[in-house]
Design a protein around this ligand. Sequence first.
Ligand code: NAG
Ligand code: NAG
Length: 149
Amino acid sequence: MAPASRASLLLGLMIVAVVAPVAIAQFGNIIVSGTVPCSTSTTTVTAATPVFPNATVLLQCGSNVISSAITNINGVFTMLVNPVDSLLTLLNSCKLVIPTPLSTCNTSLPSTGILQSPMQLLSHGLLGGILGVIVNVVPTLFTFVQNLG
Ligand SMILES: *[C@@H]1O[C@H](CO)[C@@H](O)[C@H](O)[C@H]1NC(C)=O
Ligand SMILES: *[C@@H]1O[C@H](CO)[C@@H](O)[C@H](O)[C@H]1NC(C)=O
């Protein structure tokens, strides 16, 4: 390879590296989906975990709610998110909050307090984001938080 074309290849790679994060924000559709457990324990949701149908799911960034969804009969929700600042902002600064009381899905559970979870990228999703296809973001782990006052 001639030195000149090697230099332009290198330049091309550098441009890709710089432009890629912008591509995630502008062209990647972000889908946030998961299953809400009907439980105060913080175990991973498995087939044996009771699920929370009809629960409101809020995608909250700081004090702003940027999207919401309702779980189906299997406790599953899906929301399409207009890319906010970036995927990294979504993962670092936002969380999923379930304002519907757990007593709605099981009368033995508390009627105050909320479930919430940070989010993570499903494996291999980042490449999809760079290529402009769908990025799948999922809850990390729902934990039960008592209302303070
Ligand atoms: C889900 O919520 C709707 C509206 O609040 C209500 O009419 C419906 O009965 C609920 N379904 C279940 C299974 O809780
Ligand atoms: C309701 O919650 C109680 C307390 O956690 C649990 O023992 C029970 O199995 C739950 N019921 C259902 C139907 O999930």
